[in-house]
Write a protein of this length. Structure first.
Length: 111
């Protein structure tokens, strides 16, 4: 570079994107991932018999997904009822922050 010449630094965006948006290479805006992750932050406790644990990352998941993921580890039978916070729910229920998901088999039913 010759003396007296200045190299200009690129300034990036002429108008910075909003805090809740990201701009892709195509110039389209998308929701900020951190805003979406904040909605999914939280814990869900899962119980089946003597097995219980508290998991991160289950907020926003359906009961059917959790059942399928833990069927072997928690020994959850296919006909077990799902309760969330003491209320029976179906497999399409979407888990919320601090929910307690319990899988039970009704008493008197041999399996």
């Amino acid at each position: 570079m010759a003396a007296g010449q200045k190299r200009e630094q690129g300034q990036g965006f002429s108008t910075p994107p909003k805090a809740t948006e990201t701009v892709s290479a195509s110039g389209l805006t998308a929701p900020d991932a951190s805003a979406l992750l904040a909605k999914l932050d939280g814990k869900v406790k899962v119980i089946h018999g003597a097995n219980d644990d508290t998991f991160d990352g289950l907020v926003g998941q359906k009961v059917s997904t959790v059942r399928a993921s833990l069927v072997d580890a928690f020994n959850i039978p296919g006909d077990a009822l799902a309760l969330v916070n003491g209320n029976q729910v179906d497999n399409t229920y979407t888990l919320q922050q601090n929910d307690v998901l319990e899988f039970i088999k009704q008493a008197g039913v041999k399996g």
